[in-house]
Design a protein around this ligand. Structure first.
Ligand code: C5P
Length: 234
């Protein structure tokens, strides 16, 4: 169990290094995220192993399929005992509602959030896909749909935190990747943000990968982020 707002993205090609890093982390201080790479390579076993170490796991598999299939996948994720799972909002209302119902019917319902628009898509990409709205408007539309379908939150980029928080007050969760220690001072405020600034804008959880996993001393990197969030902790 953890009260932390930090979710460490365990983006590794196999279970070994993911579990090695997890073994050095404190489940009271962080949660962990298992994404497509690690899950595809290592399977549900790595989720069970992380849970056995005491971690709450965000299973980041971004389900996007017909409602029946996504409901089944969400049910399986709930059975695995994950803390949070996600789907693509572009699966539409019936898929979102089927996912929510599947999760709600499970013994220990995980939090269920949605991805709105992939941050890799720009206005031109969306136009080519037939969307008339730009990314900002589409993100807002899909986040509102997600809330309307009774899900717990969305994944959003740092630049989306403020407008989404305005439109969707807490407890709707905003889970934000793209966090870089001291990110606000890098001059690229659009794509990355410091941990403290993201929380001040209204982010609920911060997904942090390489700044921790790629650091020479991952524990020191995490401690620096924690100090940024809670200055009195140091
Ligand atoms: O290493 P880094 O801190 O950039 O890791 C961010 C994590 O957030 C990665 O696991 C990536 O898959 C995830 N992510 C996401 N949605 C985005 C951008 C990144 O889930 N729009």
């Amino acid at each position: 169990m953890s009260d932390s707002r930090v979710i460490v993205a365990l983006d590794y090609p196999e279970a070994g290094p993911a579990l090695a890093l997890a073994g050095r982390l404190d489940p009271a201080r962080v949660r962990v995220k298992v994404g497509k790479e690690l899950f595809t390579a290592a399977g549900p076993r790595v989720v069970e192993d992380l849970s056995s170490l005491g971690f709450e796991v965000f299973l980041d598999l971004k389900y996007h399929d017909i409602p029946n299939t996504v409901a089944g996948a969400c049910r399986a994720a709930a059975e695995l005992g994950v803390w949070m799972v996600n789907v693509h909002a572009l699966g539409g209302r019936r898929m979102l509602e089927a996912a929510r119902e599947a999760v709600a019917a499970s013994r220990r319902p995980p939090r269920l959030i949605a991805v709105t628009v992939l941050t890799s898509l720009d206005a031109g990409d969306l136009q080519a896909l037939g969307f008339s709205e730009g990314p900002e408007a589409l993100v807002l539309r899909l986040a509102k749909l997600t809330a309307d379908c009774g899900l717990d939150g969305v994944v959003c980029s740092p630049r989306e935190i403020a407008p989404l928080r305005l439109a969707l007050p807490s407890p709707f969760a905003l889970v934000t990747p793209g966090i870089r220690p001291g990110g606000g001072s890098t001059g690229d405020q659009k794509r990355v943000l410091g941990a403290r600034e993201a929380l001040a804008l209204g982010a609920s959880y911060l997904v942090i990968g390489r700044p921790i996993t790629g650091a020479t001393d991952p524990m020191e990197a995490l401690a620096a982020i924690e100090a940024e969030i809670t200055p009195e902790a140091t």
